[in-house]
Every structure is written in structure tokens, then in C-alpha cells.
Design a protein around this ligand. Structure first.
Ligand code: NDP
Length: 480
């Protein structure tokens, strides 16, 4: 069986202790490769390689670093089919989703920061008759990047690309649940002859390999995307060590639909914002609030469409939903559906596991699920489920829906549907979220700040925010 390997100092290596664990294909529920069970000693080697590479990488011109990164972007593009198939196999997502979203966006991440760094400038503050301040922005050194399983290569490169562009050397760990495309990325690095030690990828469990990256005294910053509980654990280690921290965490995003919206456009997009990637996108709108005037119309149309949604194996070109990422995750999502029923909810669509024919009969499929009749304060409406499950709740007016929307501990994103622009601005201003879409969902401009408030995280990724995070400002004053 194929063994995934770590990539340290430009070489593919087994973990020092020689231990591996199983990588399971969610569509079939079968083991298909082996993942290194890396430990602190492997992270130590990766950090040492990164430290050694840092003086050369950090003093290269921005143009030269950008050129290297463009080679990686082109290398991924050249192996597009292989990356797409691997992402779908590792994660369970439909091939067409990996083809249209995950892998092209990973390419864009490299391109965006390879070129963005050419335009990155720092400030100067003149004091008339006194002198001038200028601010240097220096790379931090070795940084740690840790990413989740839902958009594996996309979110992995969203961290690595700005870190590298800014002149840092990286030790990174992809999710143990979906390591394969990070491994393919190493093959691309190897092919293009990327400078050794600049990017090191260590595979393994969060509690060992991830923890060792966070604890290592020489990782100067930790950029983490994942669950809120993990973020808290990471912060408790990294904050007392005074590391820079970027935490992109969970969400429980409201999708707020007013009577005066463009109904057809809203319905089409709400189907996506509810169930794209099996609902496993941190930006999915899992709490749908609908104004009373169109509640029944929406409910009927939404339920009818969702009942016709095709859950199928990821390779089926007609698959609208594929498998969820793992058996434990499937069990977690199903347990939330049981909880919703206990809390008094009515399941209008879905609510169960889907069993496909062989060879997919052991795969982890869940029917897209719509639940109504729940209090906005109940656990189903407060806790992150991160699967193909949404609740629908009627509301009277802005005041009521704002109270419900802002009631969770999370504050990542929100979607508003209305043709009243003044109301849209008013609501966008008052809603607890780092990202608000008005009459749209998941439109991404890589220049904009990305991140959440409250328990959804600390700091922002994207554009200059990411380059600022991965650099340290140093102000210099010169007397005139
Ligand atoms: P986890 O928090 O379980 O894991 C994320 C990463 O952290 C994995 O690589 C994991 O390793 C690692 N990890 C786990 N424990 C530790 C530790 N103690 N120290 C260091 N690293 C550790 O999240 P999931 O992978 O389950 O991803 C789903 C979550 O990610 C959801 O909550 C979702 O909302 C959030 N997310 C947030 C986004 C945002 O931008 N705000 C975007 C996408 C997802 P291992 O593989 O062993 O678990």
C-alpha cells in the first residue's frame, strides 16, 4: 500500500520512529494509503532545516521568491487532473467541486501571493523639521502552518503562500484526515527544484506533530485553521511564548432572508450555501432565518429542491453531494440530527445516512437535511455541526432576526438577502461577523480581509493582512 512521506529539507522521508497509520477513502470506507505518524523529533528536523534555509530565502529578492512560487503554481496546474482526483478521493467531495474550486484556488493562492509580494510596501511617517520614520517589514523566521480537512489544499496553500512570499521558511502540517494533496504538493516542489528546507511538510496527528510545531521554541508564528476547541488549546501554548497567532476557527453562520429578496436568486444560492461540500465549509449558512411573509413559500420550494438532490459517489458527474469526510464525523453529524429531534425539531428533508451500491456501500453519505421548529437558543442552533444540516426559522423584523443571528458564540460570516440597500447596510453593520455577503455567497476576492470575530477566531488572512501577519514591523527614526 502506498506510503505518504514527510518532506523535510527537500527530501521525502519516513517518520523517524517508522510508524504509519491508515488513510481512509470516505467514499468507500476503505483504507487506501498510509500516513506518517510523525512526532516531535520529526518536527525538530523540519524546524532545523527551515532555520538553515532562512538566511538565503529571506534575503532573496521579492521577484526571485515570486518566480519560485509561480513555478509551484504552474506545477500544480500541470498535474491538475491528478490533484483533483486525489482531493476528491481523500476528502469524499465530488470530483467536479475539486475541479472547479479546491485545486484552481490553490493555484490562485500561490499566484496571488507570488505577485502580491512585488507590490507590498511599508509606511513612512514624516515629522516636519524633526525627522522621518520609516518602517521595515521583516520576515519572522520559521513559522508553523496547520490546516483542516474540509478544503485541504486550498486552505493549506492559503497559509503557506503568504508565509513564503514574505520570506519565511515554513513547517506545515495538513489535516491527518486529508494529507494526500499536501504530499502531491511536495512532489511538485521537488520537480521544480524548490530551494531545500524552505517548505517542510510533516504529516501526523494534531496532538503529536501539530502540538510539536506549536510548542517548538523556534516557530515564531502559528497560523491555524480548524475547530474552536483546538484553537483554544493552541493559543494556551503559543500565547505565553509570545508567538504571533492567527486563528481561523468555527462558525455557525446566519443566512437571513427578507420578504423583498430576489426569490429565485436567493433559493439557488441558498441551496449552495447550505450544502456545498456536504455543508463542510466554515462559511456555510447553517442557520436560515426567513421573514414571515415568504416563510411558507421558501419552505416548500427549498424542501422540494433538496429532496431531489443527488447524493452519490464523488466520481459521479451528477453528484451534488459526495461523502462526508470520515466515519467519526458522519456519526457526529447524525448525532446532531438526533439531538435536533430531541429538542423538538421536525425533519423536513433528509435526516439519515444514505447507503449506496457497492463499492460505495461502506462510504459515509448523509442526505441533505432541513430541520424546522427549533428555538434559536437550542444546542442544534448554537453549536457547529459542520455537515449537511440546516435549520429554518421564521422571523418578524430586523430587530428580532439580529438578536437571533448574533446569539451564538461564533461570528465568522453572514449572508443577507434583501433588495432594500439601506437595510442591507444597516444589518451588515450590526451583525457579529468578519465577513458579510449581501445577495451573494462565497464570492471571494483574495485581497479582502478574511476571518471571524468572537469564538470564530483572532486575526485576519488574505491580501495585505496575511503579509503583515507574516512580517514583523520595525520602525526606524532618522533625525533631519
Ligand atoms: P481540528 O481543529 O480538529 O484540526 C485542524 C488541524 O489542527 C488538523 O491538522 C489537526 O490535526 C490539527 N490539530 C488538532 N489538535 C491539535 C493540537 N493540539 N495542536 C496542534 N494541532 C492540532 O479541525 P478539523 O480538521 O476538524 O476542521 C474543521 C474545523 O475547521 C471546523 O470547526 C471549521 O469551522 C473550521 N474551519 C474554519 C475555517 C475558517 O476560515 N475560520 C475554514 C475551514 C474550517 P488532526 O488532523 O490530527 O486533527
Amino acid at each position: 500500500m502506498e506510503k505518504i512521506l514527510n518532506y523535510i529539507n527537500g527530501a521525502f522521508v519516513e517518520p523517524t520512529a517508522g510508524k504509519f497509520f491508515d488513510n481512509i477513502e470516505p467514499a468507500k470506507g476503505e483504507v487506501y494509503s498510509q500516513i506518517p505518524n510523525s512526532q516531535a523529533e520529526d518536527v525538530e528536523k523540519a524546524v532545523n532545516a527551515a532555520k538553515e534555509a532562512f538566511p538565503i530565502w529571506s534575503t532573496m529578492s521579492n521577484e526571485e521568491r515570486g518566480d519560485w512560487m509561480m513555478k509551484v503554481a504552474n506545477g500544480i496546474k500541470a498535474r491538475m487532473g491528478e490533484f483533483v482526483a486525489a482531493e476528491s478521493r481523500d476528502n469524499g467531495k465530488p470530483v467536479k467541486l475539486a475541479e472547479h474550486v479546491d485545486i484552481p484556488r490553490a493555484v490562485s493562492n500561490f499566484k496571488f501571493f507570488a505577485t502580491g509580494i512585488q507590490h507590498f510596501a511599508s509606511e513612512s511617517h514624516n515629522m516636519v523639521g524633526v525627522g522621518v520614520n520609516y518602517t521595515l517589514r521583516k520576515p519572522l523566521g520559521v513559522v508553523g502552518c496547520i490546516s483542516p480537512w474540509n478544503l485541504p489544499l486550498y486552505l493549506f496553500t492559503w497559509k503557506i503562500a503568504p508565509a513564503l512570499a514574505a520570506g519565511n521558511c515554513v513547517v506545515a502540517k495538513p489535516s491527518e484526515v486529508t494529507p494526500y494533496t499536501a504530499y502531491l504538493l511536495c512532489k511538485v516542489m521537488d520537480e521544480v527544484g524548490f530551494p531545500k528546507g524552505v517548505l517542510n511538510i510533516v504529516h501526523g496527528y494534531g496532538q503529536y506533530a501539530g502540538d510539536a510545531i506549536v510548542r517548538h521554541k523556534d516557530t515564531k508564528a502559528i497560523s491555524f485553521t480548524g475547530g474552536t476547541a483546538t484553537g483554544k488549546a493552541i493559543a494556551s501554548i503559543a500565547a505565553p511564548m509570545f508567538k504571533k497567532l492567527s486563528l481561523e476557527l468555527g462558525g455557525k453562520n446566519p443566512n437571513i432572508i427578507f420578504n423583498d429578496c430576489d426569490f429565485d436568486e436567493m433559493l439557488k444560492t441558498t441551496i449552495r450555501s447550505s450544502f456545498a461540500n456536504q455543508g463542510q465549509i466554515c462559511l456555510c449558512g447553517s442557520r436560515i432565518f426567513v421573514q414571515k411573509g415568504i416563510y411558507e413559500k421558501f419552505k416548500t420550494a427549498f424542501v422540494e429542491k433538496i429532496k431531489k438532490t443527488k447524493v452519490s459517489n464523488p466520481e459521479d458527474p451528477k453528484a451534488q453531494l459526495g461523502a462526508v469526510v470520515s466515519e467519526p464525523h458522519m456519526e457526529k453529524v447524525l448525532s446532531y440530527i438526533d439531538l435536533a429531534k430531541e429538542e423538538g425539531g421536525t425533519v423536513l428533508a433528509g435526516g439519515h445516512r444514505v447507503e449506496l451500491d457497492a463499492p460505495y456501500d461502506k462510504g459515509f453519505y448523509i442526505a441533505p437535511t432541513i430541520i424546522e421548529g427549533l428555538e434559536y437558543t437550542c444546542r442544534t442552533n448554537q453549536e457547529e455541526i459542520f455537515g449537511p444540516v440546516v435549520t429554518i426559522t421564521p422571523f418578524e423584523d430586523e430587530e428580532e432576526v439580529l438578536k437571533m443571528a448574533n446569539s451564538t458564540e461564533y461570528g465568522l460570516s453572514a449572508t443577507l438577502w434583501t433588495s432594500d440597500l439601506k437595510r442591507a447596510h444597516r444589518m451588515a453593520d450590526q451583525i457579529d461577523a468578519g465577513i458579510v455577503w449581501i445577495n451573494a455567497w462565497l464570492v471571494r476576492d483574495l485581497r479582502t480581509p478574511f476571518g471571524g470575530v468572537k469564538s470564530s477566531g483572532v486575526g485576519r488572512e488574505g491580501g495585505w493582512e496575511a503579509l503583515k501577519f507574516f512580517t514583523e514591523p520595525k520602525n526606524v527614526f532618522v533625525k533631519s
